[in-house]
Design a protein around this ligand. Structure first.
Ligand code: DQA
Length: 156
């Protein structure tokens, strides 16, 4: 099962960008961990990042053709992009919206998500582990059993 993890604008700066809000981990570190966690769960994890709305639309469309799941942190486009919402609505592949921070506990303009209504669900507020939890959902969903099998040594 192939999962695309898509990160939007400014998330390439994780580690240096407002670490009090987003944590100290870099995007490269998070992506490495997700690939490792995914391998332990039987998921092939492809990670992509773009600062550009149209590129994110292209990535969602490609994931719709090539992947069985999408983990999407659209950054600020979460709160502004009808184009991205339409892209998510336009694919059959389930999309989980994730955020490192908890937008509901932040400024009012972050309380609206254009994506939530077309996503399978939303996981926010758990730092990099928001992504890990989304992967666990995909793994469990396909196993249909009591819970995901996590490889020894994997941190969740
Ligand atoms: C974010 C929350 C957004 O409001 C913000 O614009 C981001 C990051 C998060 O992961 O917490 O860029 O998506």
């Amino acid at each position: 099962m192939r999962i695309m993890v898509i990160n939007g604008p400014n998330l390439n700066l994780l580690g240096q960008r407002e670490p009090g809000v987003y944590g100290h981990q870099t995007l490269a570190w998070i992506e490495d961990h997700l690939r490792g966690l995914g391998a332990g769960l039987g998921l092939e994890v492809e990670c992509r990042q773009s600062n550009h709305e149209g590129e994110l639309v292209d990535l969602v469309q490609r994931a719709g053709r090539e992947c069985q799941g999408v983990v999407l942190n659209a950054g600020a486009y979460t709160h502004t992009s009808i184009a991205l919402r339409d892209a998510v609505a336009g694919i059959a592949t389930p999309v989980v919206e994730v955020h490192l921070s908890n937008p509901a506990a932040r400024e009012p303009f972050r309380h609206v998500s254009y994506l939530s209504g077309v996503c399978a669900g939303c996981i926010s507020g758990f730092g990099w582990q928001s992504y890990a939890l989304a992967l666990l959902w995909f793994a469990r969903r396909t196993e249909g059993g009591p819970g995901p099998v996590v490889a020894e040594g994997q941190r969740i």
